[in-house]
Design a protein around this ligand. Structure first.
Ligand SMILES: [Zn+2]
Length: 551
């Protein structure tokens, strides 16, 4: 009698949402040797259960393919979390000072206190004072960066180390905040931060590896099993390789090699060499990150027509383009010819058009390649350009959390776009209707990596904390929950060239899975944003689990 194969893991009795059109839903999945060996109803997997099989009862909870974040910054943001991280401190000045004091007390041997995430609105006149920081950290040097990255807050010891006093002039492009007598207060704006940076302790390779492992554990706790690191340089590649070579890289990673705006095609052979050498189990440097413009809030996003002035007239400025269009075209044609994927940062409608023009040139020059080039952020897309995504095979890489009304949108963006262009923002629905492929990512540490909070906005076009307080932003551009889940699984897997082996729950694929605490499709169970992950598996092995998972 032939022996019946025994599964290592069976999940049954729940809503299996496969993201596989051949069988969209099931109640049970069996895993053997790291792969999915059966998808069906509970009866279909019964014969695969042996004495060594772990059986998890889903009891109506949802099983999904592991999420894939198509744009994030794991190492630097993981490192921020390990340092004095104030992002989660939202209850005002006293709480911020308590958090800094607690961090300093629990890290008595750190020569410096380094951190980030304070919020201007928590301090009088928007600027914190060195005296408060001295009280929290004592005589140690400290540097804490503002949430928006444009200001720093330092202790008296830092000012002394850097030789900054009342006689120090403001540097070009920066300002030293001062008391009435001219003494620096400890708040440094823009380029003034560069006066203290040379004194920071160096970031070591060990620090980077700890940052990566911290980020990986955090993302696994959110059901994420693959990501595209949107900015890798050689130090980041060395970090991934070191962790992978120790067998600790459980996150499937595509690294997007940073393209310096001043480079031209002569830089490409070195990037090819890095693609060959920076390769490990679950890591590949096969993408190139090309940043074309800035952001709208500072008028650095590249627009086809000028921003409006506060009085409603034209401000006679169209933003900043970091690379000239003909240079973008030349580079993209060569990158495509060399088998790279191009991962564009595009915010303004002009930047998006230039990216699409470059992809059109690449298509004409090289024919259809398997580059799977993608445009991340896609804040403002001219309606004429929406159908070009599908026509060119360009993928729309959405950061859906941003597609809603909040203070930054309402105060710093809409007044300067005007009504017509406000209506062109984050056109996810139009893109899908035009046949474009959609992927999703967070841009963590700019935004939360929680895919449920992000998908909540994709579906509702309202941030989950502002429901009932804010109108939906362009509700015609909302996605269905199925579309959002598809984008965050198969859509991002396609961008990552991982769709053959991951992205859906299909027999033969790797068992990268996420168990949710509820039926995500049952709105009676709560909002999308409130869903939690109770178990995450990579090739059938638990990389995160809550005691409530069971089995
Ligand atoms: Zn980014």
């Amino acid at each position: 009698m032939p022996s019946v194969p025994v599964a290592d893991l069976v999940l049954r009795g729940g809503g299996v949402h496969t993201v596989d059109p051949a069988r969209p839903s099931a109640t049970a999945v069996a895993v053997g040797g790291g792969r999915i060996v059966a998808v069906g109803d509970d009866g279909d997997v019964a014969a695969l259960i042996g004495s060594a099989t772990r059986v998890i009862e889903l009891r109506g909870r949802t099983l999904l393919p592991g999420f894939q974040d198509a744009h994030c910054h794991p190492i630097s943001s993981g490192l921020d979390q390990l340092r004095c991280d104030l992002l989660g401190v939202t209850s005002g000045r006293a709480a911020v000072l308590d958090a800094i004091h607690a961090y300093a007390t629990s890290h008595p041997d750190d020569p410096w206190i380094i951190g980030s995430g304070w919020y201007m609105a928590d301090f009088p006149n928007g600027t914190p004072h060195r005296r408060d920081l001295d009280a929290a950290v004592g005589d140690r040097p400290a540097y804490l960066e503002n949430r928006d990255g444009h200001s720093g807050w330092v202790s008296s010891r830092t000012l002394a180390l850097a030789g900054i006093d009342a006689s120090t002039a403001d540097p070009v492009g920066g300002r030293i905040e001062r008391d009435p007598d001219g003494t620096p207060t400890g708040a440094l704006h823009e380029s003034a931060v560069e006066l203290v940076e040379p004194f920071f302790p160096p970031t070591t390779q060990a620090d980077l590896e700890r940052g990566l492992l911290r980020a990986q554990a955090y993302f696994h706790s959110l059901g994420i099993t693959a990501w595209q690191d949107a900015h890798v340089e050689p130090a980041g590649e060395a970090t991934y390789l070191a962790v992978a070579n120790r067998g600790q890289l459980t996150m499937r990673t595509i690294g997007a090699q940073w393209w310096e705006p001043s480079w031209d095609v002569a830089a490409i052979p070195d990037l090819v060499a890095r693609r060959v050498s920076a390769r490990a189990d679950r890591y590949a440097s096969t993408s190139i990150k090309m940043m074309l413009d800035g952001v709208l809030e500072t008028f650095t996003g590249a627009m086809l027509e000028p921003y409006l002035a506060p009085d409603g007239g034209s401000a006679d400025r169209t933003g900043i383009l970091f690379i000239e269009p003909e240079v973008v075209r030349r580079i993209v044609v060569e990158l495509d010819r060399n088998g790279f994927q191009v991962h564009f940062h595009v915010i303004g409608d002009r930047a998006a058009r230039i990216a699409l023009d470059a992809l059109e040139a690449a298509l004409a020059a090289n024919g259809r390649t398997d580059g799977r080039h993608h445009l991340a952020h896609i804040q403002v897309i001219h309606p004429d350009d929406v159908p070009r995504f599908a026509a060119l095979g360009a993928i729309a890489n959405a950061q859906p959390l941003w597609a809603c009304h909040e203070r930054q949108m309402d105060l710093l963006t809409i007044p300067f776009l005007g009504p017509e262009r406000t209506g062109w923002q984050y056109p996810f629905g139009s893109l899908v209707r035009s046949g474009a492929r959609l992927a999703m990512g967070s841009d963590w540490g700019v935004s939360t990596p929680n895919p449920f909070e992000e998908m909540h906005v994709a579906v509702e076009r309202v941030h989950h904390t502002l429901v009932g307080k804010m109108e939906p932003l362009l509700p015609d551009e909302a996605l269905t929950l199925d579309q959002a889940v598809h984008a965050f699984t198969m859509g991002s897997a396609y961008v990552n060239h991982l769709d053959d082996t991951t992205g859906s729950i299909s027999v033969g694929k790797l068992a990268d899975l996420a168990v949710l605490d509820r039926d995500l499709w049952d709105r009676g169970a709560g909002s999308i944003a409130a869903a939690r992950v109770v178990g995450t598996f990579v090739e059938g092995k638990a990389v995160h689990e809550d005691p409530s998972l069971g089995g």
